[in-house]
Each structure stands twice: as structure tokens, then as C-alpha cells.
Design a protein around this ligand. Structure first.
Ligand SMILES: *Cc1c(COP(=O)(O)O)cnc(C)c1O
Length: 225
């Protein structure tokens, strides 16, 4: 790619925000009820700084170790950053995750619920969580089975893990809207107000179906290697 750039061309952040606004308007939703999480996994600080410069403060990572290496320094400079964990979480990283992240999207099994409950109590810090649902019932994929959701919610209550919503990653290469609609329905049944769904390829569809948090990486930062 060459370097010639139109100074008036919108930045990728502006482009994504406009698309979000348009999808929200079509669905008759208020755009302030929808949060854009910039998924910065695999991106270096140099790639993240332009977004911070544009005023964006909400970011997501999928690995504890990578987040621990990148974000303390950026946070020292921008104290109002909000960092979300969107990747699979090992129970033995619960303490570190509770110290690093402001929200966790990937609570999906009893052992993790117990570890997070303990970690929050130890740190005296309450971190809002989403339960990740394996919405396509895919064998290889993380997430709680749809049938296991009621039991996991009960366990979260017992262990003091505050659940505010549901999260999913629908099956690749299938029309995502039916899966988003199913997630929205499950959240409604359980009285959970938040929905983390929609990525670069499908966030507009997710917004139309009620996403409160969309997780967008490549549309903001370019393709990952
Ligand atoms: C990487 C990732 C995203 C962002 O994916 P893009 O297609 O780059 O927008 C969203 N959610 C999760 C859980 C991810 O791991």
C-alpha cells in the first residue's frame, strides 16, 4: 500500500462509529447505549496510541499475559482507559485478570466462576462479567452450553460474581443474525441487560438485534497476521 492519504478521509474509528450509528438509527436505538470495544490483541502500543489520540478509551484483549505487558504503561498516560477481557480465561489467571481488567466477557464454566469469585473477594474489587454462551453448540468452541446457563447463573450468585449480560461468537461462515437473536432472547429470559456480540464482519447486524457492546478489531486496526 502506498502512503498517499486524503486528509479529509475519515479514520477507521470514524468509519466504524458512523456504521454503528447508522445501524442503531435503523433499529430505532439510541447510539449512546452501544459501546465500541476496540479489540487490540496482537497490536503494539504504537498501533493503539492513534486511537487514544482520537479520544477512544475502551479496549479489549484476549490474553492476560499480553494485556499485562501492554496496558499498565498506556494506563499511566491515559488514566480513564477501560479494559475488557474477551478471551478464554484460565482459572489460575483469575487474580491477575481481576487486577488488570474492568469487565470480563468470557465466564463460561463452574471452575472459573469459583476462581473469579475468590479473586474478587481477595482483591476487594467487584468486576462486572458476561457469561459467554457457545451459541452454535460447537464442539471445539469455548462458552457455556445453552442448557447450562441457568445453573451457571445460580453459581455466579452464590460466589459473588456479578453477571450483567451474555456474550457470544457465532459459528464462522454462517449467517450470524439468528444466533444474535437467540443470545438476546436468553438474556431477556434471565433479566440480563447487556449483550456483547458483533465483530468486524457483523457488528451492524448485532447492533440491529440489540448488542450493547460490540467487539471490533480488524475494522479498526487492519487485518491481523
Ligand atoms: C479477535 C476477537 C474479536 C475481534 O475480531 P475482528 O474480526 O478482528 O473484529 C472479537 N471478539 C473476540 C472474542 C475476539 O477474540
Amino acid at each position: 500500500m502506498d502512503d498517499i492519504q486524503d486528509e479529509n478521509a475519515p479514520t477507521s474509528l470514524e468509519t466504524v462509529e458512523r456504521a454503528m450509528d447508522k445501524a442503531a438509527a435503523l433499529a430505532g436505538r439510541e447510539n449512546e447505549n452501544i459501546s465500541l470495544i476496540a479489540i487490540s490483541k496482537t497490536r503494539m502500543a504504537e498501533e493503539i496510541l492513534p486511537l487514544l489520540g482520537e479520544g477512544h478509551r475502551l479496549f479489549g484483549e484476549n490474553r492476560v499475559q499480553e494485556a499485562a505487558e501492554k496496558w499498565p504503561e498506556l494506563r499511566a498516560e491515559y488514566s480513564d482507559i477501560e479494559l475488557h477481557m474477551v478471551g478464554q480465561l484460565q482459572s489460575n489467571k483469575a487474580d491477575e485478570a481481576i487486577a488488570l481488567f474492568d469487565v470480563i466477557h468470557s465466564v463460561d464454566r463452574p471452575s472459573l466462576v469459583k476462581a473469579l469469585g475468590k479473586a474478587m473477594q481477595k482483591a476487594n474489587r467487584s468486576v462486572p462479567c458476561f457469561i459467554q454462551i457457545n451459541i452454535g453448540e460447537e464442539e471445539q468452541k469455548g462458552g457455556c452450553g445453552i442448557a447450562d446457563l441457568p445453573g451457571l447463573l445460580t453459581l455466579c450468585e452464590k460466589h459473588g460474581v456479578p453477571v450483567q449480560g451474555l456474550m457470544c461468537v457465532p459459528p464462522l461462515d454462517l449467517e450470524p443474525s439468528p444466533y444474535f437473536a437467540l443470545l438476546a432472547q436468553k438474556a431477556k429470559v434471565h433479566g440480563l441487560p447487556l449483550l456483547s456480540m458483533g465483530m468486524s464482519a457483523d457488528f451492524e447486524a448485532a447492533v440491529k438485534i440489540g448488542a450493547t457492546h460490540i467487539r471490533v478489531g480488524s475494522a479498526l486496526f487492519g487485518a491481523r497476521n
